[in-house]
Design a protein around this ligand. Structure first.
Ligand code: NAD
Ligand code: MG
Length: 386
């Protein structure tokens, strides 16, 4: 594998997408395709700066508006999911960085794999919902999936010290605990969207910030780790680490533990996914350990933050249950942000969807899409909102 040279960025207007462009500036990568959902303003700016050969907006109206605005450039403007998939298959690109939020990233990821691109994956929902389908397809096409999620990048880096798979005992994912660390269920009953959006250490998109508050994010990451590193769910442990300096750890059979540390800045894992196996200087601030008098670690409060074990249960049950948990969460997360349900209802709805969902062991893309649709519908029906 060698360093990325030409790159397609899916979800380029988001938190990860814009930081990925910053890495491109520093490393001098050529950006050949850009996509977003509906942000015309920012995508226009990015097109003028990076001059990609194509760009896509999912929203048809927004795409038509963008097409008008950039008619003086050479960039071809596409629309809809098809347009996004076309960008992920862009001929010139050697790498696709997928930073789309949610399950909408699944088909573009599969399209990129089938076009034999190196995949830098931030879009964890792709692995959670697509699971074996994604890993099997990547294997079949001989494509590498490099993690961008900070915990998984940390595990990936720690695993470079591993000699044989049998030596690995467990993976330990760190979690910041989010804005509601230490709160009781009673105290969480009436928390507002504004309070839930205040993450202590990271500035991220709205969906993942709410997932961090419910700790669904750690549940999704547990499933992501199972697929990325081919480990059993029972071998993935979670520890709350408030400072987000230790990004995750691995434990060997001799009880030696290896960790990866750094300041909380996504440009480190983004850059490493693109430069692997090499390393280069980055614009990220140096970690000065003496600045931190204490690094703290706690056992998660599984009773209050129920989403972690709901996800653990879903991946242990296997089949389409992770896709159901993810779909239900995407809908419940959205309803919470719209002020239509309470914070604690998110976990209740995800759990009920998993308990009531139908699964099968051997699944293809249409099964995953159907499980996702049904889970969202289940949540909408349960709260009487369509
Ligand atoms: P964001 O909301 O800031 O950006 C999402 C991007 O996806 C935007 O460009 C948006 O236009 C695009 N998008 C939204 N809906 C879409 C759809 N239906 N189809 C196609 N494109 C769509 O989100 P983010 O915080 O950058 O997160 C992106 C992904 O990376 C998520 O899966 C998240 O879990 C993961 N991630 C983010 C961080 C972080 O620090 N932000 C860290 C680790 C992992
Ligand atoms: Mg993470």
């Amino acid at each position: 594998m060698c360093e990325t040279k030409k790159l397609s960025i899916l979800g380029s207007t988001g938190s990860i997408g814009t930081q990925a462009l910053d890495v491109c500036d520093k490393r001098g990568y050529e950006v050949v395709a850009l996509t977003a959902n509906s942000n015309v303003e920012l995508l226009e700016k990015q097109i003028r700066k990076y001059k990609p050969s194509m760009a896509a907006l999912v929203d048809e109206k927004a795409a038509a508006e963008l097409k008008k605005r950039v008619s003086d450039t050479k960039t071809r403007i596409l629309s809809g999911l098809e347009g996004v998939c076309e960008c992920s298959m862009a001929k010139e690109a050697d790498t696709v960085l997928n930073s789309i939020v949610g399950m909408a990233g699944l088909e573009p990821t599969l399209a990129a794999i089938k076009s034999k691109k190196k995949i830098a994956l931030a879009n964890k929902e792709t692995l959670v919902a697509g699971g074996r389908l994604v890993t099997k397809t990547a294997e079949e096409y001989g494509v590498s999936i490099l993690p961008v999620d900070s915990e998984h990048s940390a595990i990936f880096q720690c695993l470079e010290s591993m000699n044989k798979k049998e030596e690995l005992k467990s993976i330990i994912l760190t979690a910041s605990g989010g804005p509601f660390f230490g709160k009781t269920a009673e105290e969480l009953k009436n928390v507002t969207v504004k309070e839930a959006l205040k993450h202590p250490n990271w500035s991220m998109g709205a969906k993942i910030t709410i997932d961090s508050a419910t700790m669904m994010n750690k549940g999704l990451e547990l499933i992501e780790a199972v697929w990325l590193f081919d480990v059993k769910p029972c071998d993935v442990d979670i520890v709350v680490h408030r400072e987000s300096i230790v990004h995750s750890l691995i434990e060997y059979v001799d009880n030696s533990v290896i960790a990866q540390l750094g300041v909380p800045d996504m440009r480190i894992p983004i850059q490493y996914a693109l430069t692997y196996p090499e390393r280069f200087p980055s614009p990220v601030r140096k970690l000065s350990l003496s600045e931190f008098s204490t690094l703290s670690f706690y056992k998660p409060d599984y009773k209050t933050f129920r989403c972690i074990n709901i996800c653990r249960n879903a991946i242990e049950k296997g089949g389409l249950y992770p896709a159901i948990a993810n779909g239900a969460n995407e809908r419940a997360n959205e309803l919470f942000r719209q002020g239509k349900i309470g914070f604690l209802e998110i976990a209740q709805l995800v759990e009920a969807a998993v308990n009531n969902g139908k699964s099968k062991e051997d699944y293809g893309l249409s099964d995953v899409l159907e499980a996702d649709r049904n889970a969202r519908l289940y949540v909408s029906e349960a709260v009487g909102i369509f």
